[in-house]
Design a protein around this ligand. Structure first.
Ligand code: DC
Length: 220
């Protein structure tokens, strides 16, 4: 089986950027599992489907037409790259992620990304549930204050309005929901390396992941 690097962590921790850069450096495929949950949330919003367990939401999870091309995300052949990252969809995706039957419907889609020569997968349960035998597991986090401040800067850079205290509250609420849910909660696996990026640049975080991967690859 092609190797997997699993990078899990809370919202806005920078795991997506780090995972993409590591995948690029190794020439590996990249799975943004959060985008699948976001895709279900957006497809539900567009079709008026309620965010509750029941066949409609699971059907969207199993059948939605979501595609990735570089940084661009398509849902039903429409570009949704920015829409899928709005605060409203972030909140809805966290609610969708708490529904066990939706998680089940997304398992096969996520595992299908494991293709030669390898995969870097980011999310909440990559190391615990989707790829439990991943050769390298990273738990990437940062202080909630620092995460809210990064998110604030991102929104402002896009010309959108942002309020630090609202963002911080939203991030803390998502952390709580993602961590306490019964189905595949966000957690640091015992065998995951902790990477706290509060005071670490993206470059330094990428270097640490690559160095650790080079080290574990040597282990027979
Ligand atoms: O990684 P992200 O911020 O794009 O994820 C958005 C939401 O999707 C997150 O708050 C919870 C859910 N999610 C999940 O439950 N499991 C994953 N593997 C990835 C995301």
């Amino acid at each position: 089986m092609p190797p997997v690097i699993a990078i899990d962590g809370p919202s806005a921790s920078g795991k997506g950027t780090v995972a993409q850069r590591v995948a690029h450096a190794l020439g590996f495929h990249y799975l943004d599992s959060g985008a699948l949950y976001r895709g279900v949330a957006l497809a539900a919003a567009k079709s008026g489907t309620k965010l509750i367990a029941g066949t409609a939401l699971e059907r969207l999870a199993a059948t939605m037409d979501i595609a990735f091309s570089g940084d661009i995300i398509y849902l039903n052949q429409m570009i949704v790259t920015d829409e899928i990252r709005s605060e409203a969809i972030s909140e809805a995706a966290s609610m969708v992620g708490a529904i066990a039957s939706v998680r089940l419907a997304l398992i096969a889609r996520q595992r299908a990304f494991r293709q030669p020569p390898g995969l870097v997968a980011d999310g909440r349960d990559m190391g615990s549930t989707i790829f439990p035998a991943a050769g390298l597991k990273i738990y990437l986090t940062a202080d909630a204050q620092e995460r809210a401040s990064r998110r604030c800067k991102q929104l402002i850079a896009k010309g959108l309005s942002a309020n630090m205290s609202t963002l911080l509250q939203d991030i803390l609420a998502r952390d709580e929901r993602d961590s306490v849910r019964a189905a595949a909660p966000l957690q640091k696996c015992k065998d995951a390396m902790l990477l706290d990026t509060t005071n670490l640049s993206i470059d330094a975080a990428v270097e640490q992941v690559l160095a650790r991967y080079a080290a574990v690859k040597q282990v027979p």
